[in-house]
Structures are given as structure tokens and as C-alpha cells.
Design a protein around this ligand. Structure first.
Ligand code: IVH
Length: 677
């Protein structure tokens, strides 16, 4: 059934409303209604069009979702050629440009319209009677490709011009680009789906626009800025370029707000510096600024030389991307022992500085980009951001291809201290296991060792550790116990009094607990609670150091990853060396030795437990007896010194009575252990 007059009117109302809100959102960046309301409008229009297909007109905003794929793009001959600009790279070249213009114009001073030079791709949009009819790429400047369906998916491009005074025919020239944030998001999703990432926003914009399937273009976020016109028919052309841009903006075409009108070379160069400073913070990439003679009549008089206008020039910024050679890949060890691969580059001038190295972050990054020694790579330095290797230029990879770079294969041991290097499962980084011993980790390890919840050495803070390490007075924690009063008193911000206090604190720290000591070692993944659990479970440091991984996993909250970290730590001989030195220096703690040397009230005594004790479990009783130097045996013999009998004792009690072994009840045991009931 055909649409009623009411429905036709409603459809038109909706088209206009949707396009208005597109403009508010995508061009002005100032939406008036919430997204949900916008979605409702769009759905209402879709429903109307579904019911009445004759309402599905060419310039309906419902078409912005893309159309079925094309076999190929049609060719479009540009009515006015889309030419390129000459470039200036220095202030002198800009001055020379201005001189030529002044001479050509016979004027003392020229007024210029100045704009950012957008780093995207040029397109021409044709509007007839205010309606979008075609959009084309620049191509070779004379013939481009018809990418209308793709351009319609770019919400910043209006399907209709806003006002009734639009020319009968208008060709808008401008740049399609991808905002930096949309580029980052696109690459993140490409990465997540295991697809190839784009090198930069310009490539991403070009790749997205030149899709035969415009539904793919629709799924990418592109935007557009108009910077000029090709054809203009039917109404009078304004007198200046700035006025043309103002007209375009009035018709709701997106025109960049960074444009200005300036006079003379001084004005040009001031704009260049301002935009250079603004560049890193702009939401899109620019590769320079463009200077255009503002007066259109003068533009026409100046004309063109070969393929570029005499009335305009691009003043380029230093490139943010350059190509260079990876001369080597070195590995740096950080404060936490993480090994960071760094590409040593053939020096290259990029983003205004000479870059000689760039971090490759970790093995996953190396794998993802497949950077190898001897490769040519694209290096990028944007603003003050640290330089990065963007991608490898595979076509320039030497043959035969150099091997893949594998951190662990190249560095099985730490380049700083020679300790083993491991990469934990699920971890991106490889690490040195020489925690206490590795100079790269020294300060961090010492700071942790001395911290309140570890060995609690009051007064040993960051500043002091910096001095002690920098002056090579302390290399690892055991060196702390050999420090002298005079040495300490001579350090910055120290005097005899504070030195004495520190020495006292160091001395006091020697009496510690096993839990604190384990925590102080700074073993990866072993925090305070885990250290306590380990101490309780193993009872002695030696038992922990020699424990197999499986038995570590009997400790609460210790899984394979934590167990592996502990094992790796103690496997490293350097760490064992430091621990031995600490013990030698007098660091000690009470241990529950399983084979206890004779000490304590039950030293050398053998006990047998039978029946149920009221206040102690069998395990606890055993632990107490052992802590007191005694041994717990399973059966009664002549060698048994005591039988501890609780409620419902078994045959052991009878046996004890037969053999005349001393029988203790719970209270008597506790009394023997030196505990009051
Ligand atoms: S005006 C007659 N203005 O730079 C030349 N071009 O080499 C008309 N571009 O392909 C170009 N920003 O894609 C002009 N504000 C701007 C521009 C700009 C970027 C690109 C354009 C063109 C190239 C010229």
C-alpha cells in the first residue's frame, strides 16, 4: 500500500531531523539529544521505509549503513582537475613563495587564508540542488573512483545541504580522515581479532574508504573536512576563500575551526608555529599547514604552473614517520627484573629529533611486528611521545631472512647479573631471577627488604639507599649488616646520631621471623600473606628452599604460577648466596625444625600421642612437642619417654602402663612445654 500524505510528511520530517542531529554530533561535536533518542528517530524512519518502499529515496539517512558490495568502482572524470600543492620545508621557502605572489599581484602585502594540511585522502563531493549525488577519490587528479556509497556512510558528510541558497551544482573538495582515537580503537579491535593492524590513521582511512563493500566502510569511523571547491554553479561565488569556507560551513559542511586569515610572511610563520605546537593535541593527524591567497580573483590571475597552483603552498612539518635500519636489538633490565628489548636504529631524523633507539616492549610485541635485526622499519615520533617502531618494511627484508628475535634464546641469562631469565606462563615479559643479587634490581630489592612489613629497618629509605648503592657501599641486603658508623655518618643528610640510630635498627632487624624473612626476599608473586603461609607450612627456610614445586602447592593460595616463582628464585645460586651471607651476618628467626637439635624442655625426648586432647589437635600437639625439641613417635616402646593420653585412649595407654612409661594428661604436657593451663 502506498504511503499516506501524513506518512510521507513524517518520513521527510525524520530525514531532516536525523541529518540535523548528524550535523550536531559529527560536525559540531555538540549533540542536542541523547543517542537513544537519535536511535528512535532512525528506527522510526526505517520502519516507515520498510512498510512503504517508495519512501526509500537515494538521500535517506537510512542508507548510511552501507550497500551491497560492488564488483568495481566506476571511473569519474573530475570537471575541474584535483591538483596537488607545492611544498615548502623552511621559512626561506615560505618567504620566497610570498615574494612571488606579491610580485605576481603587484601588491606590497598579501592576505592569506591558512588551514591545517590534513593527513588523509582527498575527495570531491558533488551536490546538485543541495543533494549529495556523487563522491569521488582524487585518483590521478583528472580521473578518480566513484566511492559514493562509501562516502555516504561518513556521517559528517551531509546528504543534503542545509539552506535553500545552495548552488545548483557544487563540488566540494576536502579530506577524508580517521580521528586518532578511532584509529586506536580500530587497531585494538583488529588486534583482538587477530587481523592486520593499520600503520597510521591515513592508511586506515584510505583502506576503509576504498572498500568495494561499503558496509565495511560503515563499520569504520571516518570523518571529513572541506577545504575548497571545484565546481560552483548557479549562485554568485564569494570574493574570498575564507568566505567560501564560511558558506560551506553555513550549509552544514564540516569545515575545520583551526582556519585563519593572516597577512604577510610573519602571519604565515606565526600560524605555522602555532599549529606545530597544537599538533600533538589535535584529534587528527596533520602533516603541515596550507597557505592560500585569500582573494579568489587574485588566485585566478596567478593561475597554475604545471600541476600546482601559484596561489597556494603547503608548509610541511618535520615528518613524524621515517624509515630506518634496525642495526641491533638489545635488552635492558628494569627495576623489577623485566627484560625490555630495545631496537638500536641507524640514526634517523623524525618528529624533529634524531632517533637512535626505540623500545620494542616485550616478546609479544616483537612477534606481532616481527621485527628482526637487519630489517628496515617505519619509526614514528609524534609530539613528545617516545619513538616507536610502527612496522617492518617486509619488501626490504634482507635475503636470506634474518632469524626471528627470541629474547630467551638470546638471553638465557640476565645481561646485567648473569642470573637465569624466565618467562612465566601468561606473562608478556621475561625476567631476571636474580632478585636480590642483580644490580639492575638492587635499589628496588633493598627498599623492599628494609620496608616496614619486611625486615623493618627504620630510617633506611629511598634517598639513603640511592647513596649507599651509588657509592657502592651496598650491593645486596647482606652488605647492610657490615656497614660502619663512620661511613653512615658521612653520608648526605646523616650525622653521628642518625647513623647510630640506623645501625641500631639494622642490628634489631637481625631478630626476625621466618615469615618476614621470606617476604623480605622480594620473590615475585610472594606477598606478605603468602610468605606467612609458606613459613607456617614449611617451618624452616631450608625446607622451603628445597621443597619440590608439588609440595609448595599444598600451601593455601599457592598455585602453579606462585610455586614456579618461588622455585625459580631459589634455583638461582646468586640468591642462595645472598641468603647464606645474611645468615652469616646474624639474621635469624625461630624455626620449627623437623629434625630439631637438642634444645627446649623436651630436647631428646620421644613422645607418643593417644586419645583426643581437649585444646589441641593432634597436629598442633605434634608441632608444639617438636618446637620444644621433642620427637613424636607412632608406637610405644621401651625408648618412649612420655605417652600423652587424651580422652578415649587406645591400646597405647595399656602398653605404656605395662612398660612403666610416664603418662601425661593434657595439662601435664602443657606444663612441661612451659605453658600454663
Ligand atoms: S588545497 C589545488 N587544502 O594536500 C590544490 N589541500 O598536495 C588544492 N590537503 O591532495 C588543495 N589539507 O588532499 C588543500 N587544507 C588543505 C589541505 C589539502 C590537505 C591535501 C589534499 C591534496 C594535497 C595537496
Amino acid at each position: 500500500m502506498a504511503a499516506s500524505a501524513l506518512e510521507r510528511r513524517r518520513a521527510e520530517e525524520l530525514r531532516q531531523a536525523i541529518e540535523y542531529h548528524n550535523w550536531r554530533y559529527y560536525v559540531l561535536d555538540a549533540p542536542e539529544i541523547p543517542d537513544a533518542e537519535y536511535d528512535r528517530l532512525l528506527r522510526e524512519l526505517e520502519a516507515l521505509e520498510a512498510r512503504h518502499p517508495e519512501l526509500q529515496i537515494a538521500d535517506s539517512p537510512t542508507r548510511r549503513v552501507g550497500a551491497p558490495p560492488l564488483a568495481q568502482f566506476a571511473q569519474v572524470a573530475h570537471g575541474t582537475p584535483m591538483l596537488s600543492l607545492n611544498n615548502a620545508f623552511s621559512d626561506e621557502e615560505v618567504a620566497a613563495f610570498d615574494r612571488r605572489v606579491r610580485e605576481g599581484a603587484g601588491l606590497a602585502e598579501i592576505e592569506y587564508a591558512v588551514e591545517p594540511k590534513f593527513d588523509g585522502l582527498a575527495v570531491g563531493l558533488t551536490y546538485e540542488d543541495g543533494r549529495f549525488v556523487q563522491g569521488a577519490t582524487r585518483g590521478d587528479g583528472y580521473t578518480g573512483e566513484d566511492v559514493s556509497a562509501n562516502l555516504l556512510t561518513v556521517r559528517a558528510i551531509p546528504m543534503r545541504l542545509a539552506s535553500a541558497d545552495a548552488p545548483r551544482r557544487l563540488e566540494v573538495r576536502g579530506e577524508v580522515l580517521m580521528l586518532k582515537k578511532d584509529f586506536e580503537a580500530l587497531n585494538a579491535s583488529q588486534r583482538a581479532r587477530g587481523e592486520k593492524e593499520f600503520v597510521n590513521p591515513r592508511n586506515a582511512a584510505a583502506g576503509s574508504l576504498r572498500q568495494l563493500d561499503s558496509r565495511i566502510t560503515a563499520s569504520r569511523r571516518l570523518t571529513f573536512f572541506a577545504y575548497g571547491i571545484g565546481a560552483w554553479e548557479g549562485t554568485e561565488l564569494p570574493a574570498t576563500h575564507a568566505a567560501v569556507l564560511a558558506k560551506l560551513a553555513g550549509w552544514r559542511l564540516p569545515v575545520n575551526p583551526e582556519r585563519r586569515v593572516v597577512k604577510g610572511v610573519a602571519g604565515l610563520l606565526a600560524y605555522y608555529r602555532d599549529m606545530g605546537a597544537a599538533r600533538p593535541a589535535l584529534p587528527f593527524d596533520i602533516d603541515g599547514v596550507v597557505y592560500k591567497v585569500n582573494d579568489l580573483a587574485l588566485q585566478a590571475r596567478l593561475g597554475f604552473v604545471s600541476r600546482a597552483p601559484r596561489f597556494a603552498i603547503a608548509h610541511k612539518f618535520p615528518a613524524q614517520e621515517e624509515m630506518t635500519l634496525v642495526e641491533g636489538i638489545e635488552v635492558q633490565v628494569g627495576r623489577t627484573g623485566a627484560l625490555t628489548p630495545v631496537a638500536r636504529l641507524k640514526p634517523v631524523f623524525v618528529g624533529g629529533v634524531t632517533v637512535t633507539n626505540a623500545t620494542l616492549h616485550n616478546q609479544d610485541e616483537i612477534d606481532r611486528k616481527d621485527v628482526r635485526i637487519g630489517d628496515w622499519v617505519i619509526v614514528r615520533r609524534a609530539g613528545d611521545v617516545i619513538p616507536e617502531v610502527v612496522s617492518v618494511v617486509l619488501s626490504r627484508r634482507p635475503r636470506p631472512a634474518p632469524p626471528r628475535f627470541d629474547i630467551l634464546a638470546r638471553h638465557p641469562v640476565c645481561p646485567v647479573c648473569g642470573s637465569r631469565v624466565v618467562r612465566e606462563e601468561g606473562e608478556a615479559v621475561a625476567r631476571c631471577t636474580g632478585g636480590l643479587y642483580c644490580p639492575a634490581q638492587r635499589k628496588q630489592a633493598l627498599l623492599h627488604f628494609a620496608s616496614r612489613r619486611a625486615m623493618d629497618i627504620e630510617g633506611l629509605g629511598e634517598k639513603l639507599i640511592d647513596q649507599l648503592v651509588d657509592l657502592r657501599l651496598v650491593r645486596n641486603p647482606s652488605d647492610l649488616y657490615g656497614l660502619h658508623q663512620d661511613t653512615l655518618a658521612g653520608l648526605e643528610r646523616m650525622g653521628p646520631k642518625s647513623a647510630a640510630n640506623l645501625l641500631a635498627a639494622i642490628e634489631a632487624s637481625k631478630h626476625t621471623t621466618l615469615a618476614r624473612f621470606i617476604f623480605s626476599l622480594g620473590i615475585r608473586n610472594v606477598g606478605e600473606a603468602t610468605a606467612r603461609d609458606l613459613a607456617n607450612h614449611f617451618g624452616s627456610l631450608d625446607a622451603l628452599m628445597d621443597a619440590p614445586i608439588e609440595s609448595m602447592m599444598n600451601v593455601p593460595d599457592v598455585g602453579p604460577v606462585v610455586a614456579r616463582s618461588i622455585a625459580d628464585f631459589f634455583l638461582e645460586g646468586h640468591n642462595r648466596g645472598v641468603i647464606a651471607a645474611l645468615r652469616k651476618a646474624g639474621v635469624r628467626w625461630p624455626e620449627n625444625r623437623l629434625q630439631a637439635p637438642a634444645a627446649g624442655p623436651l630436647a631428646g625426648k620421644t613422645c607418643v600421642l593417644t586419645g583426643t586432647l581437649a585444646g589441641l589437635s593432634r597436629e598442633q600437639a605434634k608441632a608444639r612437642i617438636e618446637a620444644a625439641g621433642g620427637k613424636v613417635a607412632g608406637s610405644v616402646s621401651k625408648k618412649t619417654d612420655f605417652v600423652v593420653a587424651g580422652a578415649d585412649p587406645g591400646s597405647k595407654l595399656t602398653k605404656a602402663q605395662e612398660l612403666g612409661v610416664t603418662i601425661l594428661d593434657e595439662a601435664a604436657l602443657l606444663a612441661l612445654l612451659g605453658e600454663k593451663t
